[in-house]
Design a protein around this ligand. Structure first.
Ligand code: ATP
Ligand code: MG
Length: 390
């Protein structure tokens, strides 16, 4: 490449393998870590300011987003709640993977439900709510327990209301008297009595060939993922097959390239899709230590048109989210087979600050490690781990 970039972006002149990630949080940072070993350059875009930044230390680079769009070999995103014009700008380059259609299905629960229904993929019984009358009707038809969700901008359990009684329905209808339903339609879902939550992380290469990580079992606290176990205990080949079939239908409908996460509710031997995420996903963080190629590396390989790395599990992993607490002291690092991933963000309640992957080769070994780590964690995180301790 001839001299195009200057200042702190001049390192890009030596390469022609720039990948752009829309969003500059921990997922962009971990994609960078997964890609850098392949000799690829990753630059993140601050979706609000539209500045190009270093995905690790967030330094603003001497590079305009237009230059980056022009010279990159691929564009991807770390989250789906992106400004529409930015998505359109990325789509217009023909380098955006997985692309605008997939982003829209992940960002808007109404588009997502329509997609699932059109593909005959089982999901939670639901109604679109555009007025308090719609909500009352949905309660009659799907109640007595509903979860009401904003159609857009919801994540980590934000933008949700639980409606478990007629009194609560009344309270929420009162609360929503002034709500602008035209701007933000809602989706009322039947609260499903599932046995457990699992997810499938699949990856599709540039020629449309799919591969899959094994199912992951997920545990939530306050609507937010707190813990994943992988490969999911007690999951047989048939469950994995069902999840893969769902994955393929969705990936093919979206003409997908890259990692696609599917959050599922397990009810006996049946699976219901909760939601999809058109990107790398928190429930796939275990792959950093559990597989030869992590979800981050494989997403980058896929969108860069490279052959995929192995998705086969090599170990058992428990992934613990470090939520709303400052960095732990080094005692955790003293434990063998415990891997801390820290995102270097300012501490805030409910904020994902980092995660710890606990790695073992047998269930007993994993349980023993979980007990040791449990005792070193702050109380708020111990509660989450207690769910699987012994
Ligand atoms: P995240 O960003 O963590 O994926 P989110 O804000 O997008 O969360 P959902 O995944 O829709 O929201 O819901 C969060 C959690 O709430 C689910 O993982 C599940 O535990 C619970 N939940 C959501 N919908 C239902 C439902 N219809 N029935 C029962 N539980 C539900
Ligand atoms: Mg979810």
């Amino acid at each position: 490449m001839t001299q195009v970039f200057s200042g702190n972006a001049s390192f890009l002149n030596n390469e022609n393998d720039l990948i752009l990630v829309l969003g500059h949080g921990q997922l962009a940072r971990m994609m960078y870590l997964g890609a850098t070993q392949l000799g690829l350059n990753i630059i993140a875009v601050n979706a609000d300011s539209r500045e190009c930044v270093n995905p690790v230390d967030k330094t603003v680079l001497d590079l305009s987003i237009e230059q980056a769009f022009e010279y990159c070999i691929a564009i991807t995103s770390e989250f789906e709640h992106l400004p529409k014009d930015l998505v359109q700008q990325a789509e217009a380059t023909n380098k955006f993977r997985p692309g605008a259609k997939a982003i829209s299905a992940g960002a808007d629960r109404i588009v997502e439900k329509e997609l699932l229904d059109s593909l005959g993929v089982a999901n939670c019984p639901h109604r679109i709510v555009r007025s308090t009358q719609d909500l009352a009707r949905a309660y009659t038809e799907l109640g007595p327990k509903l979860i009401l969700k904003t159609s857009r901008e919801g994540y980590d359990g934000y933008g949700q209301w639980r409606i478990f009684s007629l009194d609560e329905l009344q309270d929420i209808c009162n609360e929503l008297q002034e709500f602008d339903f035209d701007h933000m339609p809602l989706v009322a879902e039947q609260c499903v009595n599932f046995e457990r939550e699992i997810s499938l992380l699949g990856v599709t290469d540039i020629d449309g060939k799919h591969d899959y990580y094994p199912l992951t079992e997920n545990h939530h606290g306050a609507g937010q993922l707190v813990l994943s176990l992988a490969p999911a205990p007690n999951s047989d080949k048939e469950l994995q097959r069902q999840a893969q079939e769902i994955h393929d239908k969705i990936a093919e409908a979206l003409n997908y390239t890259g990692v696609l996460a599917i959050e599922l509710f397990q009810m006996g031997d049946k699976l219901l899709v909760n939601e999809i995420a058109p990107r790398v996903h928190n429930s796939g963080h275990w792959t950093q230590q559990g597989c030869a190629a992590s979800q981050f590396e494989n997403h980058i390989r896929a969108i860069a048109g490279l052959p995929l790395g192995s998705t086969k599990p090599q170990h058992l992993v428990a992934m613990v989210n470090y939520v709303g607490e400052p960095k732990p002291n080094n005692d955790i690092l003293k434990l063998a087979n415990t891997h801390l991933h820290w995102y270097d963000k300012a501490v805030r309640a409910k904020r994902k600050m980092g995660h710890i992957n606990l790695v073992a080769d047998s269930v007993q070994e994993l349980q023993s490690l979980i007990s040791k780590v449990h005792d070193l964690l702050p109380e708020s995180l111990q509660t989450n781990l207690a769910k699987i301790k012994d």
